[in-house]
Design a protein around this ligand. Structure first.
Ligand code: FPP
Length: 239
């Protein structure tokens, strides 16, 4: 039987730089086009049955890029977060974040907090933006929180279950993604949702992120639906 439409899709939006390079444009123009692509996709994806989308916008490793590119991406994030605040005021999108926001500028942190708050009760697509995000960093912070609770006597060592760890991650409350899409053909997880994607299906396309469309998303979903998901078990009929 075909799998249902995935409720949660993670997207590694890769290839913005190459898209810009091919057009002899500065790399930041690729990120700008990438943000437009995401915006369009979110609107086109309404009604497909996907409930949560997590996008990798800025990783803990991306700070190593040239200052011009880092500030360009931060500017685009701020612009879109404000656009979502203004234009989506009457829409049904819920916006969230994962990642350590404390390293972002105070203005951007305030804009994100404002958008999260205003959209928290909405029932449409739940968009999570991964900013200054790295799975290892997220897991490290979760372990630190758990260790504090043990130290304060709020938790005992046997209370540390897989569920408890999930509840201490930034993504707490969002189901694990069934499908992760990566554009631009790279075969890497790049520190994205490592804990949450233990049983996710991966879909890799050669398309560069700015060229990704709703038809590509539908293709990814139909490939996912045709996969045999065994979760480490076997799906053969038991005799
Ligand atoms: C990877 O492409 C992409 C990024 C590091 C940034 C992605 C950010 C956006 C699309 C903006 C997101 C906006 C919102 C509102 C969430 P790359 O630069 O690594 O591409 P390359 O591998 O071709 O160099």
């Amino acid at each position: 039987m075909a799998n249902a439409v995935p409720k949660h899709i993670g997207i590694i939006m890769d290839g913005n730089g190459r898209w810009a390079q091919k057009k002899h444009l500065p790399r930041v123009m690729g990120h700008r086009q990438g943000a437009r692509t995401l915006d369009k996709l979110l609107n086109d994806a309404k009604g497909l049955g996907v409930e949560h989308i997590t996008v990798y916008a800025f990783s803990t490793e991306n700070w190593k890029r040239a200052e011009e590119e880092v500030s360009g991406i931060m500017g685009i994030l701020r612009e879109y977060i404000n656009k979502y605040f203004r234009e989506y005021a009457n829409s049904d999108f819920r916006v969230d974040s994962v990642g350590d926001l404390s390293a972002l500028s105070e203005d951007l942190q305030a804009d994100i907090a404002r958008l999260k708050d205003v959209s928290k009760d909405r029932t449409g697509i739940h968009l999570t933006i991964a900013m200054n995000y790295g799975s290892r960093d997220e897991i490290k912070r979760a372990v630190q929180k758990i260790a504090c609770e043990v130290k304060e006597g709020k938790l005992d060592i046997p209370d540390i279950t897989e569920e408890l760890i999930s509840e201490h991650l930034d993504s707490a409350g969002t189901p694990d993604p069934e499908l992760i899409i990566r554009t631009s053909g790279e075969l890497r997880t790049s520190n994205f949702l490592l804990w949450q994607s233990a049983y996710s299906e991966y879909y890799i396309t050669d398309k560069l992120w700015p060229d990704f469309t709703i038809e590509d998303l539908k293709d990814a979903i139909s490939v996912y639906q045709s996969r045999d998901r065994r979760f480490g078990g076997r799906n053969e009929v038991v005799k």
